[in-house]
Design a protein around this ligand. Structure first.
Ligand SMILES: NC(=O)c1ccc[n+]([C@@H]2O[C@H](COP(=O)([O-])OP(=O)(O)OC[C@H]3O[C@@H](n4cnc5c(N)ncnc54)[C@H](OP(=O)(O)O)[C@@H]3O)[C@@H](O)[C@H]2O)c1
Length: 324
C-alpha cells in the first residue's frame, strides 16, 4: 500500500484522479487539495462521486510532514515546478501540466511564454509506450498532453517511414478545464465545431520532441464532454502494404496493455471512460499518404488514467491496476 495525494483535486483531471485513486486497491489517498473548496463534500460538487470524502487544503509543509510516497499535481501550468522545489526530495511527483514536459527549458519558456524557475529538467516524459523502463525509476514524471498522447501513439511505430505528417485533431471540451469558455458558455458549441490555434498549438512542439519527420497540427473543440480523436495524414517515403504496417504496429505495441490496433476506423465512443487508445484506419491513398485514426478519452489516457498507469509502473504494480 502506498500513500498519495492530489493537488488540484477539484478540476476535471483532478476529479478523475480522485475517482481512480479512491478505488485503487494499492493506494491510500490522504490529500485531496482544493484551495477553494476545502471541507466541502466531493459528492456535492461532482454527483458521480460515491464516497463521503471531502476536499482538503493542506499546506506544503503539512504535506511534507505526511511523508507520502507520491503526489499528483493537476494544476494549470506555472505552479508545479515551484511546488516541486518545496517538497521533500523523497516524495515522487506526477505532474499533469506542461512544466516538466520539455527536456529543453528554453523551449518550454518559448512555447508557453513564461519563465521557468528550473535550471534543468530531470523529469521523465510519462508516455509508458515509449519510456516504461525510465518511468519505473523516475522521481518526477511529466504526464503527456492529451493531444500529444493520441498523436504520438498513432505514428510512433512508423515515424521512420514518414516524409511529413499532418495531425488533425478534435477534442471534447473538458480538454480546456473547468474554467474554460466552453464550461461557462455551453451554447458556444451547440451545433458547432470550433477550430483554434491552426499553426502554433503548444502540443505541436511537445510532439516534435519525439518524432523526426516535420509535422503540422490542427486542433478543434467538439460538442462532447470527453474524448479526443486524431486523424494522422502520413506522407510515406516509399510504398508499403497495409498488412506489413499492421504487423509493425502489433509488434511495437505488443507489451502495451492500453493500446488496441485494428483495421477498423475507431470512434470516440469506443474509448470514453476507458484508459484505452484505439488505433485504426491503415488506409493508403494514390498519393502514398497513409491515414490513421487514434482515439482516447482525454481525461483518462490523455491525463488521469495515464497518470495512474505511470504510478503503477513507478511502484511496481500491475500496469493496469485500478484502470480496468
Ligand atoms: N483537461 C484535460 O483533458 C487535460 C488533459 C491533459 C492534461 N491536462 C492538464 O492538467 C492540468 C489540469 O487541467 P484540468 O483540465 O483539470 O484543469 P481545471 O479543470 O481548470 O482544474 C485546475 C485545478 O487547479 C486548481 N488551481 C487553480 N489555480 C490554482 C492555484 N493557484 N493553486 C492551487 N490550485 C489551483 C483548481 O482548483 P481549486 O480552485 O479548487 O484549488 C482546479 O482544481 C492542466 O495543466 C492541463 O493542461 C488537462
Amino acid at each position: 500500500m502506498i500513500t498519495v495525494g492530489v493537488i488540484g483535486a477539484s478540476g476535471f483531471t483532478g476529479h478523475e484522479l480522485v475517482k481512480l485513486l479512491t478505488t485503487h486497491k494499492k493506494v491510500s489517498l490522504q490529500v485531496i487539495n482544493s484551495h477553494t473548496l476545502k471541507g466541502k463534500k466531493i459528492s456535492e460538487i461532482y454527483p458521480d462521486f460515491l464516497g463521503d470524502d471531502r476536499y482538503t487544503d493542506f499546506t506544503l509543509e503539512e504535506i511534507n510532514a505526511k511523508k507520502l510516497d507520491l503526489l499528483f499535481l493537476a494544476l494549470p501550468h506555472g505552479y508545479s515546478a515551484e511546488i516541486a522545489s518545496r517538497l521533500n526530495s523523497s516524495l515522487k511527483i506526477i505532474d499533469l501540466g506542461a512544466e516538466f514536459r520539455f527536456a529543453d527549458i528554453k523551449k518550454y519558456e518559448a512555447v508557453y511564454h513564461v519563465k521557468s524557475p528550473m535550471k534543468k529538467n530531470s523529469a521523465i516524459y510519462g508516455l509508458p509506450e515509449l519510456n516504461k523502463k525510465k518511468i519505473s525509476h523516475a522521481d518526477i514524471v511529466a504526464n503527456p498532453g492529451c493531444y500529444a498522447t493520441a498523436c504520438l501513439l498513432s505514428v510512433l511505430p512508423i515515424q521512420n517511414f514518414a516524409k511529413y505528417i499532418v495531425f488533425d485533431c478534435k477534442s471534447g471540451w473538458s480538454g480546456a478545464g473547468k474554467e474554460s469558455v466552453y464550461a461557462k458558455n455551453p451554447e458556444l458549441l451547440k451545433e458547432n465545431l470550433i477550430p483554434y490555434n491552426l499553426t502554433h498549438h503548444r502540443h505541436k512542439y511537445e510532439i516534435e520532441q519525439f518524432i523526426s519527420p516535420k509535422i503540422s497540427f490542427t486542433p478543434h473543440v467538439i460538442n462532447t464532454f470527453r474524448g479526443l480523436l486524431c486523424t494522422a495524414h502520413i506522407l510515406l517515403k516509399k510504398k508499403i502494404k497495409k498488412e506489413r504496417l499492421m504487423k509493425i504496429y502489433a509488434q511495437f505495441y505488443k507489451d502495451a496493455p492500453f493500446v488496441e490496433i485494428s483495421k477498423e476506423i475507431p470512434e470516440i465512443t469506443n474509448v470514453q471512460k476507458t484508459n484505452i487508445c484505439k488505433i485504426g484506419g491503415f488506409e493508403i491513398d494514390e498519393n502514398n499518404q497513409l491515414v490513421m485514426v487514434s482515439v482516447i478519452d482525454n481525461l483518462l489516457k490523455g491525463a488521469s488514467g495515464q497518470a495512474v498507469q505511470n504510478m503503477n509502473i513507478m511502484f511496481g504494480f500491475n500496469e493496469d491496476e485500478g484502470l480496468l
